[in-house]
Design a protein around this ligand. Sequence first.
Ligand SMILES: Cc1cc2nc3c(=O)[nH]c(=O)nc-3n(C[C@H](O)[C@H](O)[C@H](O)COP(=O)(O)OP(=O)(O)OC[C@H]3O[C@@H](n4cnc5c(N)ncnc54)[C@H](O)[C@@H]3O)c2cc1C
Ligand code: SF4
Length: 497
Amino acid sequence: MGKETGFLEYTRKNNRDVPVAERILNFEEFHTPLETEERRQQAARCMNCGVPFCQSAMNLSGMVTGCPLHNLIPEWNDEIYNGHDEHAFARLHKISNFPEFTGRVCPALCEKACMCGQDSDPVTVHDNELYLVERAFSDGYIKPEKPSIRSGKRVAVIGAGPSGLAAADDLNHRGHLVEVFEREDEIGGLLMYGIPNMKLDKKVIKRRRKLMEEEGVIFRTGVDVGRSDAEVKKLMDDFDALILCCGAKKPRPLAAAEPGKISGVYYAVDFLSKTTKALLKAKDRSAEALKKEGGYIDAADKNVVIVGGGDTGNDCIGTVIRMGAKSVTAIEMMPKPPMERTVANPWPEWPKVLKTDYGHEEAAFVYGEDPRVFERTVKSVVTDKKGKIRQVETVRVAFKDGKLTEVEGTEETIKCDLLLIAAGFIGCEDYTAEAFSVKRTDRGVVATGDGSYNIPGTKIFSAGDMHRGQSLVVWAIAEGKACARQVDEYLMGYTNM
Ligand SMILES: Cc1cc2nc3c(=O)[nH]c(=O)nc-3n(C[C@H](O)[C@H](O)[C@H](O)COP(=O)(O)OP(=O)(O)OC[C@H]3O[C@@H](n4cnc5c(N)ncnc54)[C@H](O)[C@@H]3O)c2cc1C
Ligand code: SF4
């Protein structure tokens, strides 16, 4: 344990945020790190618990609490406090392939389970992780680690999101030759073309790509696998094992408005990815440079309605604010969660409380109120003569006999020039699953045996959102790692991973 009295002496201090008024002028990351001395104090708050719930990943009341990767959190907190950053990083990187991703975007399941959070504020595990990995890059002690012996086995990974990258990373380090096929022009999956730049700067993904390439992973971008039978046959012939990590990108539709049929209606990920692509071509990350670049779906001076209150909805709010939207309303079907844990949801369960994210905070600053409207859905839309959306009619919904039903007489109309659908995803896209003849569950994801990533009777495996369903980056990484172990066992007859 770093400092026995650390948790009594120091209060929690988060990385500082750039003030809202400044940060909404650009798409840059906006958390600035603490001074090193302050960071060591934050690590000193860790009590090195005998039972470290932070790294447990226990299933409590149907939800996982604690880190799904079982990160060695108390160990590296202690090392940070003692000033042994390089060793702390080695312990972190032993378990976690990409702390620079989770240190930026993970909702920190570890912190929700932290013992200090029981009656005070949890340890800043997430910020401590980010400190360590950024230090490792800036001080140059993260170095390419090329395997000294190759197994002679070849593995193809289809999809370069966090699950595919984690599987590729582990299998490459084990000595297998790994090629990653990605249909986009850059790797990263939703880290690249989903999550906006202000949450995760795209340079961070390119930096990891370079490292993995130096270690021997081959990336083949711009290859949309599954469009031709001959290409699928060639992959099946050329590789000893295949891992499908294509995500769960099929969006949940909105009955009242279909993108492509009504002008001004888009799926959120299409909107976000177009913004990032334009931004990457722009002179810099400012809102002004984006405007000059063009080629994206612009929200400037528009009344924007976003359907869906999750991470995706929040990222849309932050993005349209930076573009200069006139108003933003975020519509959420579920009731407003409580501000604090209820008696039925005690620590260390995952807290079912209202989460106010950066986009909500920015909207409150710009428009004077939280943009979220709960227990409502879009019933219909009104278009002008040119077929362009102008209004949405919303209606209150309530649970009746366990089903969400519309409440008559509660209709309201709001102005809307841009409708973004961020209502979640309903499974993997059809063509890749069909190309490899893999069965899907009734949740639209790849069917494997219980606890298995293998499609029975084949050399095909699947991991991440494509296997688990829409989830989190940390789960995608955890699935990629677990799948890699099974692939290794399949290839070698045993595994030591
Ligand atoms: C807007 C948004 C914000 C999010 N924010 C967060 C957050 O803050 N924190 C968090 O933890 N999670 C967040 N998530 C969820 C998280 O991004 C996903 O759970 C995670 O990226 C899933 O990883 P994956 O590797 O399984 O799939 P993906 O990241 O979806 O990657 C799949 C990859 O496969 C490629 N692909 C698909 N089909 C083919 C094919 N046929 N041939 C070649 N390539 C193919 C795709 O182009 C893509 O690159 C967010 C999701 C969205 C949409
Ligand atoms: S639960 Fe919190 S205090 Fe305990 S070991 Fe984990 S991070 Fe440290």
